[in-house]
Design a protein around this ligand. Structure first.
Ligand code: A3P
Length: 326
């Protein structure tokens, strides 16, 4: 199937590295990894679907990892032991990984002894398949994925207010040794708004999913609702997955997902990336603050004004609204 649509074209340009994408990123000190070919985009577009698949779709830094753990446990009868092997990234397929992660780049960070590897390039490339129900993660918008996705699979979409996403993504780009961003937040914010950052533009991504939020195979949730009342979101996703859990079970899961426990949980906190050198050891953690409204600690009044104007423009004509503080 041919790729269609302006959004796809924009994403493709960014990935491919035309002046709006890679060149601009390089110019500002970004380093995009991986290489996107038409073949890969076609593969993603035609990704084979199975009815039992559960997908998570998010723009990066929207609480993906947090929601992944919630979804996986809810779908797997709260198998806390199973949630320890393998590590989070290997429990989920990630079809677009070759587009994001330079496989040769990542390979050089892996211990030579395969036994010691906690992450495999195969699973990053989305080939790991245990024969059980598949869990698939995508940061790409719906329109870049298989057009039958919602007809066949269940999709949980997580949206987060773009200001916190921007700050979180900035920190992520500094944390990941493989990203190499050296600029300040103001510069990052400009790129964020201009769509020069990979896997953006996140607003278009969210609007597209928001418009499909009533589809029976779509469960659209907000990071801010998970922050405000995690148990209600656990129940919502459980129902969507056809599961029914007791209050006690919901309480236990909410405790498991609480940021204090999440930070300490080696199976989800991505600390192994530090051991592998993929993440800097001294620039914070993947599970960072986990707050709504952290942007207020980082945006100057001028930045806020600029961002608000941009956001207002982007949201024209949609009823999608964001909560930016709790
Ligand atoms: P911050 O950088 O704002 O702290 P993703 O998994 O999509 O990369 O999203 C990462 C963001 O989710 C980070 O946001 C991270 O701290 C936050 N997060 C991860 N686990 C969380 C949890 N248990 N509770 C709240 N936020 C969490």
């Amino acid at each position: 199937r041919p790729l269609q649509g302006e959004l796809q074209e924009q994403m493709k340009r960014d990935f491919e590295g035309t002046p709006s994408g890679l060149a601009a990123c390089n110019h500002w000190g970004f380093k995009l990894m991986g290489k996107v070919t038409d073949d890969l985009l076609e593969d993603i577009y035609n990704y084979p679907l199975e009815e039992r698949d559960v997908w998570i779709m998010t723009p990066p830094k929207s609480g993906t990892t947090w929601a992944q753990e919630m979804i996986w446990l809810l779908a797997n009868d709260l198998d806390y032991e199973g949630a320890k092997t393998p590590l989070m990234p290997n429990r989920w397929l990630y079809p677009e990984a070759p587009a994001i992660v330079d496989k040769d780049g990542i390979r050089k960070f892996l211990p030579a002894d395969p036994e010691k590897r906690t992450i495999t390039t195969n699973s990053m490339a989305g080939n790991a398949h245990t024969g059980a129900r598949r869990f698939v993660k995508s940061h790409l918008p719906l329109s870049m994925n298989n057009p039958r996705l919602l007809d066949v699979c269940k999709v949980v979409y997580v949206a987060r207010n773009p200001k916190d996403v921007c700050v979180s993504y900035y920190n992520h780009n500094r944390l990941m040794a493989t990203h190499g961003f050296t600029g300040n937040l103001e510069l990052f914010m400009q790129h964020f708004m201009d769509g020069n950052i990979k896997l953006n533009p996140c607003i278009d991504h969210m609007i597209e999913a928001w418009n499909l939020r009533h589809h029976p195979n779509m469960c659209f949730i907000f990071y801010e609702d998970m922050k405000r009342d995690l148990k209600s979101q656990i129940r919502k996703v459980a129902k969507f997955l056809g599961k029914d859990y007791s209050e006690e079970q919901v309480n236990k899961l909410a405790e498991h997902l609480h940021i204090d426990n999440f930070k300490k949980n080696p199976y989800v906190n991505m600390e192994h990336f530090k051991l592998q050198g993929v993440m800097h050891k001294d620039r914070g953690n993947f599970i960072r603050k986990g707050k709504t409204g952290d942007w207020k600690n980082h945006f100057t009044p001028e930045m806020t004004e600029k961002f608000d104007k941009w956001l207002e423009q982007k949201l024209k004509g949609t009823d999608l609204k964001f909560v930016t503080e709790l």
